[in-house]
Design a protein. Structure first.
Length: 133
């Protein structure tokens, strides 16, 4: 009940979603899907520190769960932690070597990483109106 209600509240952007998802986790701490939903809920509601902590916990408790590695990789891409995302997708690739989704997501992380490494410096306005960069 709590998991489904939390999902619905989250999808509707209504308050109480995280509380319901936490309640579901308290009742079923060994369920990976509940932990995954709770982590995603924190990410959606703009709480990256709790989302990251829960995703770390997810892959530690359920290292065989490909979805956990993919989700943490996506989260890390959103946080611009591309190198760590590539590492997560590498684990997912070992778990499911024929999954096109894993390769696609890893490609996005590699492109993001290269963009950070090879991007031209940002221009910024100096005091007095001049541009630098």
């Amino acid at each position: 009940f709590w998991l489904n209600r939390g999902r619905v509240l989250l999808a509707l952007g209504q308050p109480g979603a995280i509380d319901d998802l936490q309640r579901a986790r308290d009742l079923a701490p060994a369920r990976a899907d509940v932990l995954l939903e709770l982590a995603q809920g924190h990410a959606i509601q703009g709480d990256p520190s709790d989302a990251g902590r829960l995703l770390d916990e997810l892959v530690e408790q359920f290292p065989e769960l490909t979805a956990g590695w993919i989700t943490r990789g996506r989260f890390r891409c959103d946080q611009r932690a591309y190198l760590q995302a590539v590492e997560d997708y590498g684990v997912a690739r070992e778990l499911e070597p024929r999954s096109p989704a894993v390769y696609a997501q890893r490609g996005v992380a590699v492109i993001g990483m290269r963009g950070l490494l090879f991007a031209p410096p940002r221009r910024r306005r100096l005091p007095g109106g001049a541009w630098r960069g």
